[in-house]
Design a protein around this ligand. Structure first.
Ligand code: SF4
Length: 411
């Protein structure tokens, strides 16, 4: 299980294994170790790969293909590459799922496409809308696996919180999803599909060119650790950011990680979306307990990776998520230590009232204590909003809806 056990350096190159007269080889550098670690993470992700995006009748889902893959599909059926551009527009700008509605494509070709492909959406297993407007879907995929997606409105805009894995390996103690074992990673089609199905739900097609958009932001903060499913997540986000389709700017996308340090560098270099880090504790001793991944990538390594993250500036701060757990991590002394840790880092801190579920091992900090914690941070110049609890009437604690449905035998 990733995230367990202390981080150990790779084996040194043993002199006894080297040819007698050869000069001693140097040990692996820090970069080599990081690259090896990254390879290990990607190999592990492959074990949990999603099933092919294909129907039982053999038709392939076009959602989730990169532009190059879409071109290759067109060429493979004897069509010109430019058809991919047209289809891309219909799928991601217009939101069409029926080839017959793709009116720039001649009827015979529409038929040919329909015989070979589909433009699919995840099935809506359940949808609930809170009295505060928060909407939560339980989406079901072809193999019966389910994930949650949440839309959190804010005036005329709003953020869609999308999932990247079915379950999670990381077992963060305050997280309900962490109690559900990892079943598999989501494919790019399933990740993009959550956002597109959300758009369907609000009728927000074609993709608005101007602000405001109702579904204006994405937070990759749902079920799973996105950096443990990097390839599929990155592919999905590239599709979402493509200016000829959904066209959501990277500044409107925030990826949240528990601190998979080797992949944070790659995410910064390749996607450069906003970064959020689930911190939740200011000492390794406590963080080892409540975010077990810390045993592998302790706080100092995590914050060093944040300092390396490209584009971190006062205009584009890194968000640190801090769940307020009564008498566990919510003292003013801990707030002061947090300030010391974040020194020099363009950062804001989101204080999240713990959203308990039946049998949860923690209680929510009192409002007064949360405010005292926020005051210390604010006085030091760190913006520290206290997140309003949203959708409590629809069990918005991540992973809770899925668990309830499965318990009720509906999942
Ligand atoms: S907080 Fe995120 S990484 Fe931790 S167990 Fe929950 S889903 Fe997994």
């Amino acid at each position: 299980m990733p995230g367990r056990g202390p981080r150990r350096p790779g084996p040194p190159v043993s002199a006894s294994l080297a040819p007698a007269q050869a000069p001693l080889a140097a040990g692996p550098s820090a970069d080599d170790l990081t690259a090896a670690e990254r390879d290990r993470i990607l190999a592990k992700a492959a074990i949990f790969a999603p099933p092919p995006a294909q129907l039982a009748d053999g038709r392939r889902d076009l959602v989730g293909l990169s532009r190059d893959e879409l071109i290759a599909e067109m060429v493979a059926i004897g069509e010109k590459p430019f058809r991919a551009k047209q289809i891309w527009h219909w799928i991601y700008h217009q939101g069409k799922t029926d080839f017959a509605e793709m009116t720039t494509i001649a009827k015979p070709m529409q038929q040919k496409l329909a015989e070979r492909f589909v433009v699919a959406r995840p099935e809506v297993a359940t949808v609930q809308t809170s009295t505060d407007g928060t909407r939560k879907w339980l989406f079901k995929f072809r193999d019966g696996q389910q994930v949650e997606t949440v839309y959190i409105p804010d005036d005329e805009r709003g953020a869609v919180c999308i999932s990247t894995q079915v379950g999670c390996t990381l077992s963060c103690r305050f997280c309900h999803t962490g109690t559900q074992r990892l079943t598999r990673n989501l494919g790019a089609a399933e990740i993009v599909g959550q956002f597109m199905a959300g758009r369907d739900s609000y009728g927000e097609w074609p993709s608005p060119k101007d602000e405001p958009r109702y579904l204006s932001n994405i937070v990759v903060m749902g079920m799973g650790e996105p950096l443990y499913n990097y390839e599929n997540t990155a592919k999905a986000l590239r599709i979402i950011m493509d200016g000829e389709g959904i066209g959501l700017s990277r500044r409107r996308i925030t990826l949240s990680t528990s601190g998979v340090v080797p992949m944070m560098d790659r995410c910064g270099a390749e996607l450069n979306v906003n970064l959020a880090v689930s911190l939740h504790a200011v000492t390794d001793e406590l963080r080892d307990r409540i975010v077990p991944l810390n045993r592998k990538y302790p706080i100092k390594e995590l914050l060093d990776a944040c300092r390396r993250y490209p584009g971190a500036s006062n205009a584009r701060r890194i968000t640190f998520e801090y769940v307020m757990l009564k008498d566990v991590n919510d003292s003013e002394a801990e707030a002061r230590e947090l300030i010391r840790l974040l020194q020099g880092l363009p950062a804001k801190v989101n204080l999240i009232p713990f959203n308990p579920w039946p049998g949860a091992p923690f209680e929510t900090s009192t409002r007064a204590q949360t405010e005292r914690f926020a005051d210390v941070l604010n006085a030091a110049g760190y913006s520290s909003p206290i997140r309003r609890p949203r959708g409590r009437d629809i069990m918005a604690a991540c992973g809770q809806l899925k668990a309830e449905m499965e318990k009720g035998g509906e999942g």
